[in-house]
Design a protein. Structure first.
Ligand SMILES: Cc1cc2nc3c(=O)[nH]c(=O)nc-3n(C[C@H](O)[C@H](O)[C@H](O)COP(=O)(O)OP(=O)(O)OC[C@H]3O[C@@H](n4cnc5c(N)ncnc54)[C@H](O)[C@@H]3O)c2cc1C
Length: 392
């Protein structure tokens, strides 16, 4: 798909940034990840991450999708997706700020006071946030959460715990989903709250080691008291805006997968010409050609799906549940297949830490689980398709 001149300019700036500032860090990312073992040391040094953040600001990549009324460039989610793809060409896990999904969530429901206290600083980069939805007993089935928020005078008392929450050690506040009406639950009984990380009664666990670079955390709420002004959106109605927020996140995840898979393809193409076996380059073997060809077709399809869904959101379509679920399944599973082929084509080198392939192989695996496992999304795609056909 031919991009507009404006999008091509964004793409070029992001591409140059990835090549100039992220790719040279890859060796250190792999070494730091290997050296830390079960510890929580970040794979990008904090001062390096701060420098990268300053650089994206200077380059105009900061807030490209954030509406102009919120101080961003207002170029839309398609522009963000284009930039995210380019940035993820590098394995250095730098996530282009600010946090679009939470900005979009807050922008849809925040009160003027919440906008001033949370949304504006989020857009400026003065604050960061995380979504705290999953619990030990409820992940894919988010409707089964047990954390409660009970009325207490002019405020609420939150009790319970959350699990697998990303970046909990460094964000300034959480969007916490709690049960406010146990009878109604997902049908009007779940409410979102804005809870500061330093709220009294909120404890954050040690980071949980995983097979990838991400180290999520547990959160424990012991009589955490928040005011009525902490309620985000309507009482009991956390789910509709949450679904929109997850839609934005899934488009971003799709763009991330496309960027990483494109890198794997480029590596496969180069290596297949360099490496000779039995007197011929690998590029002459049909088995290898097919692995490259299948990967190229799959990445192309995923990229078009991402661009299409992002353009839908940019044009004002709010309900992209079907498209977002389709991207979540197709792009994440596509990346698993492509990185597996890249590893195969590179043989032992692909398996080693000399190359970034094994890093992508391990780190891409979680994308088929978080933000809803593939099985849930397949179910959702089928349900929505059957319903739409019923309406036709
Ligand atoms: C690194 C990492 C970061 C995360 N960050 C966050 C975060 O910031 N905030 C947050 O709230 N959560 C976060 N999560 C949680 C993540 O969203 C959940 O792990 C995910 O929703 C799945 O829930 P679960 O792990 O409890 O799996 P479960 O719900 O226990 O499901 C286990 C498996 O069962 C299968 N399954 C479940 N239900 C069905 C069904 N109906 N039909 C068919 N198969 C089914 C699927 O294969 C699924 O993978 C994170 C997780 C990880 C690993």
């Amino acid at each position: 798909m031919k991009l507009t001149e404006e999008l091509e300019a964004v793409q070029q700036v992001a591409r140059d940034f990835a090549r100039r500032s992220l790719m040279p860090l890859e060796k250190s990312v792999i070494e730091r990840e290997s050296a830390r073992g079960l510890d929580a040391e970040p794979v990008i040094e904090p001062d390096v991450e701060a420098r990268l953040t300053d650089e994206v600001r200077e380059l105009g990549l900061w807030g490209i999708e954030v509406p102009e009324k919120l101080g961003g460039a207002g170029l839309g989610l398609l522009a963000k997706a284009v930039a995210v793809e380019e940035i993820n060409y590098s394995i250095t896990p730098f996530r282009l700020p600010p946090e679009s999904p939470n900005i979009s969530y807050l922008d849809s429901v925040a009160t003027p006071a919440q906008r001033e206290r949370y949304l504006d600083p989020l857009c400026r980069g003065d604050k960061t946030s995380a979504l705290a939805l999953t619990e030990a007993g409820a992940g894919a089935d988010a409707g089964g959460i047990a954390t409660t928020a009970v009325r207490d005078g002019d405020g609420w008392r939150i009790n319970g715990s959350k699990l697998w929450i990303s970046w909990a050690d460094k964000v300034d506040f959480f969007i916490v989903i709690a049960v406010t009406d146990p009878e109604k639950r997902t049908r009007g009984g779940m409410t979102a709250f804005l809870v500061d990380r330093d709220a009294e009664g909120l404890e954050i666990s040690k980071p949980i080691p995983t097979m990838g670079e991400q180290r999520p955390f547990g959160l424990f709420f012991d009589e955490v008291r928040v005011g009525d002004d902490a309620v985000l959106g309507e009482i009991g109605e956390a789910f509709a805006p949450l679904t929109n927020r997850l839609g934005v996140r899934r488009v971003e995840i799709g763009a991330r997968c496309v960027g990483q898979a494109q890198r794997m393809i480029d590596m496969m193409c180069r290596y297949s010409e360099e490496r000779h076996t039995f007197g011929q380059p690998l590029s002459q073997r049909q088995a290898v050609q097919f692995m490259i060809a299948d990967s190229v077709m799959e990445v192309h399809a995923a990229r078009l799906m991402v661009h299409d869904a992002a353009a839908m959101l940019d044009s004002g379509v709010r309900d992209i549940r079907l498209e977002a679920s389709a991207i979540k399944v197709q792009a994440t599973e596509m990346l698993s297949r492509v990185v597996d082929r890249a590893l195969q084509v590179h043989g032992a080198m692909g398996y080693s830490k000399e190359l970034p392939i094994e890093f992508v192989y391990r780190n891409s695996r979680v994308l088929r689980i978080l933000e809803g496992p593939s099985e849930i999304h397949r179910g959702q795609i089928a349900k929505l398709s059957i319903k739409q056909r019923g309406r036709a």
